[in-house]
Design a protein around this ligand. Structure first.
Ligand code: PGA
Length: 246
């Protein structure tokens, strides 16, 4: 794992955007795995400002989607992606993939999503946020983790954390569809972003703690090319020597 501790959220977002932009410039037909949540917003907003960056050849696969929300519901991840990235860039509609939030057949939708990732040649660069409980995508802590795209019952801590986007915790959908650990771990490169002191403990456990399905992000220690970018607060519990300060 390569760890970069940046001064603040602005710098983190700027550095992450430069990293993603280099990927697209070097490989215009890149397949990107995309995350939602508050952390990557700054990254997306910097990418939008890079007016010469050409997304026409890029394909994207989002990590997850709530089940039960219409696509144009303001809290759906489809809506989030349109608002924060897609409607501002020249990506083709056909290049965008987000798990469906209201499929007729859930199992079939999961299999189709995995087939589409495979057909695209797998993910070149996967962007990840991290939950306080160590989830990546909606792969929640459990005794066993799923490798393929699957339906998830969201954990109480995730419902609580995500309720800040809704008017009350009761409004947060209880289930989601998420890419599995297999698709994430097969990505050629992984860029994990974390910001804020509330992420410091889980970042330290991800980087240096026991590798366990109880902290899904800890499995990233087994991946060959993981880049972790955190701001000072999120990096504050990294052991000396592991904090790669800049
Ligand atoms: P956040 O979410 O970026 O909103 O903190 C991260 C996550 O839950 O994966």
């Amino acid at each position: 794992m390569r760890i970069h501790v940046l001064e603040d959220y602005q710098e983190l977002s700027h550095k992450a955007a430069s990293f993603v932009a280099s990927q697209i410039i070097l490989r215009p037909h890149s397949v990107l795995g995309l995350a939602t949540g508050s952390t990557p917003r700054g990254l997306y907003s910097h990418l939008i400002q890079m007016e010469d960056l050409d997304f026409r050849g890029v394909q994207t696969f989002n990590l997850d989607e709530y089940l039960g929300l219409e696509r144009d519901h303001p809290h759906s991840y489809y809506y989030y992606m349109q608002e924060h990235l897609f409607r501002h860039i020249n990506i083709s509609r056909a290049g965008i993939h987000i798990p469906p939030g209201q499929p007729d057949d859930l199992e079939q939708a999961c299999r189709e999503y995995d087939r589409a990732i495979t057909a695209a040649g797998g993910i070149d660069l996967q962007i990840l946020g991290i939950g306080h409980n160590g989830h990546i995508g909606f792969n929640e802590p459990a005794s066993r983790l799923k490798t393929a795209t699957h339906v998830v019952d969201l954990s109480p801590t995730t419902i609580e954390a995500n309720s800040r986007f809704f008017s009350s915790p009761e409004e947060v959908p209880r289930r989601a569809i998420s890419m599995g650990l297999g698709s994430i771990m097969r990505a050629r490169k992984i860029l994990l972003l974390a910001s804020g002191g509330d992420k410091a403990e889980i970042v330290a456990r991800t980087v240096g703690g026991e590798i366990t399905t109880r902290v899904p992000a800890s499995l990233l220690q087994l991946h060959q090319e993981v880049i972790i970018m955190v701001d000072k607060e999120a990096g504050s519990q990294l052991p000396r020597g592991q904090d790669g300060s800049e």
